[in-house]
Ligand binder design. Structure first.
Ligand SMILES: [Zn+2]
Length: 284
């Protein structure tokens, strides 16, 4: 899932390649992806793209005062396209959700792999009309240490859930929360409101360092190579069974109904594996 660093990098990419161009046409291929009807998608046609921004994990293209807002969900992505075919795409089948044409013949596709469709497109007059944006907490890259400490102190529940709750802090998802907790040497199951002052400082520092690091690796990458770049920087996320780069212990996993988390027991839980039914089978 694209998180803050990926969406920020896509934003930077659009700022360089799409801002200043006229959006000539937007072809919707996945009808269920669009969540608004007024103004219609066709209202964007003929208007200049005047800005590109990010709200949490939402991408926001300012089209002369109208906003094309996109949430890429779990398996969505933006593909830059040169010399787009003029014929509109066939709706329905395949990963294409939206195709945007620019006046220089280039453009981009928004795509989504898999059968669970979550990619969401909004055309609004103000980004705050998007419910998911209106509910966002402070941005993970901007939240200062005092605010961060206050948010955690007011949260009952485990750290993994707190870090990924967009209404608490915006921008962090499943992958970077694993990475942040590993960098902070904290258990994903630790209670957010039970952190010591030292742990709060470590966690806040880890949020900054992890996201800044990832962002530096991603910005400037072409959209196509970005996902590979994300993977190469990960220490524990999606590395179950591989050695922890810090201590050499085996990276472990806790699985839930439709997701999983990865962690290092030596670095994060005092060497004690967290309870997980599937784990015994996995490491045998
Ligand atoms: Zn370790």
């Amino acid at each position: 899932m694209p998180e803050l660093p990926e969406v920020e990098a896509l934003t930077a990419f659009l700022r360089a390649d799409a801002v200043g161009r006229v959006l000539t046409r937007a072809d919707l291929a996945a009808v269920q992806a669009i969540k608004t009807f007024d103004p219609p998608l066709s209202a964007l046609g003929g208007l200049e793209i005047t800005g590109a921004g990010r709200h949490g994990k939402f991408l926001d293209l300012d089209v002369s005062g109208l906003h094309l807002v996109v949430h890429l969900a779990r398996a969505g992505w933006l593909h830059w396209r040169e010399n787009l075919p003029a014929a509109p795409p066939k709706p329905g089948k395949g990963p294409l959700a939206l195709r945007v044409h620019l006046d220089d013949g280039n453009g981009f596709d928004l795509t989504e792999q898999g059968t669970r469709k979550g990619l969401a497109i909004y055309v609004v007059r103000s980004p705050s009309e998007v419910p998911g944006i209106a509910r966002l907490g402070p941005d993970a890259l901007e939240v200062d240490r005092d605010t961060f400490a206050r948010l955690m102190a007011g949260r009952s529940g485990q750290l993994k859930g707190a870090l990924t709750d967009q209404t608490l802090i915006a921008g962090i998802g499943n992958a970077y929360s694993d990475e942040i907790l590993h960098a902070a040497r904290l258990s994903p199951f630790k209670m957010a409101d039970k952190l010591s002052d030292d742990e709060l400082v470590r966690l806040h520092d880890a949020v900054r360092a992890t996201l800044t690091d990832a962002l530096e690796r991603q910005v400037g990458q072409r959209a196509a190579t970005m996902k590979g770049e994300k993977r190469s920087g990960l220490q524990v996320h999606a590395r179950t069974g591989l050695p922890c780069p810090v201590c050499g212990d085996t990276v472990r996993e806790v699985s839930f109904a439709d997701t999983s988390l990865q962690y290092c027991a030596t670095c994060q839980t005092g060497g004690k594996p967290l309870a997980d039914r599937r784990m015994s089978k996995l490491l045998r």
